[in-house]
Write a protein that binds this ligand. Structure first.
Ligand code: NAD
Length: 349
């Protein structure tokens, strides 16, 4: 099937396929829009059962980056790369170099960064082949850049507080019960920030030891991964994988707020309506989780220091408030309102 026959194609400007026999690289770079600037979005290293799943993943993530970058006010378009992991060969410096050359061949139309399965050390390998890389270790203390995870966590933390203000009419987080799905870079960072405020934490991860260790450290409770979305809490914060909000999981939610860092949380657009019908406050994922791209985007553009990154991350709550206000006024889900705002910004509204 050609890329444009996929349901998620959505008029991508380009979908590029790369193969390098010597290193074993198979990669896809999807460029959704360059209307606002170079298409920026991370590179995912993942094992896919079929190559069609990798194409769908790249297309969905790439469109999400167009929306995320536009809503974050960055002069950047949206793109995403996936490397189809081959467990027999692994992630070698040769493979990362071949991917770096693939990025370079697009001449700056696509700028890469970390995503699931890719570290800042991997970015250093890629950067030997191309300058169109962000998320590199920072040179100076006050500079933008480096691992986006902590910056994403900071934005999600501010977004969760905004959702609590909006949904529960509470200004402080002491005793507010937050259930976090996935306690890796983003979810773990979020948990630490919330613990400082005295929030009550319930944590889950498929790596149950990881959730248990963090729960002990922060004084929370760890629960099995398959129960976290149905915990009775004030907020559920999805910080693991996408497509976790479905007809079934939404029906089982026992929380008035969903606000977390995972990309593509809604399984389908109808799930936004399902949340809305249940009166659940939802923070659109690509708005609340923009902290990391703000950090690496400003690093790449070369006009940002750490203070500027923090200033822009602090604007996330105001953007969410604007979306919730328009959602109330138009009687539509926040996800639909956010999509419309983003589409207008990239000239597709
Ligand atoms: P990570 O790999 O550091 O952490 C993810 C954690 O989720 C891991 O501990 C993993 O074991 C756990 N997990 C996986 N499946 C799970 C499940 N079904 N139930 C419970 N736990 C599960 O990744 P991360 O960087 O923290 O990213 C988390 C999410 O946030 C991803 O969807 C990612 O695309 C998104 N995101 C990350 C950033 C960033 O800056 N890192 C930015 C924007 C969005």
């Amino acid at each position: 099937m050609a890329p444009w026959d996929y349901p998620d194609f959505d008029d991508h400007e380009g979908v590029h396929f790369f193969r390098d026999a010597a290193s074993g690289l198979s990669a896809i770079i999807a460029i959704h829009s360059t209307k606002l600037g170079p298409a920026a979005g991370g590179c995912r290293y993942w094992t896919y059962a079929q190559s069609g799943e990798a194409i769908t993943d790249a297309l969905r993530l790439s469109r999400g980056m167009s929306y995320k970058n536009a809503m974050a006010g960055l002069p950047m378009g949206g793109g995403k790369a996936v490397i189809l992991a081959d467990p027999r060969r692994g992630k070698t410096p040769e493979l990362l170099a071949a991917f770096g050359r693939a990025v370079d061949s697009l001449g700056g139309r696509y700028v890469t960064a970390e995503d699931v399965g890719i570290s800042d050390a991997d970015m250093v390998e890629m950067a030997k082949q191309t300058r169109h890389v962000s998320g590199l270790p920072v040179a100076g203390k006050g500079d933008a850049g480096g691992d986006p995870g902590p910056f994403t966590a900071q934005g999600v933390y501010l977004g969760v507080k905004a959702a609590v203000r909006h949904g529960l009419k509470r200004d402080d987080m002491a005793g507010v019960h937050v259930a976090i799905q996935g306690v890796g870079s983003v979810g773990g960072g979020l948990a630490r920030l919330l613990a400082r405020d005295g929030a009550r934490l319930t944590l889950a991860d498929v790596d149950s030891d990881r959730a248990q260790a963090l729960a002990i450290e922060l004084g929370g409770e760890a629960v099995p991964a398959d129960s976290i979305l149905a915990i009775a809490a004030d907020v559920v914060s999805p910080c693991a994988l996408g497509a976790i909000l479905t007809a079934e999981t939404i029906a089982a939610l026992r929380t008035p707020i969903v606000a977390g860092g995972a990309n593509n949380q809604l399984s389908t657009p109808e799930d936004g309506w399902r949340l809305y019908a249940r009166g659940i406050v939802y923070a659109p994922d690509y708005v609340i989780n923009a902290g990391g791209i703000i950090n690496v985007g400003l690093e790449y553009l070369g006009h940002g220091d750490r203070a500027e990154v923090e200033k822009r991350i602090a604007e996330i709550p105001g953007r969410l408030d604007q979306i919730w206000a328009e959602s109330a006024a138009s009687a539509e889900p926040s996800s639909i309102v956010a999509d419309r705002m983003a589409q207008r910004l990239i000239g597709r509204g």
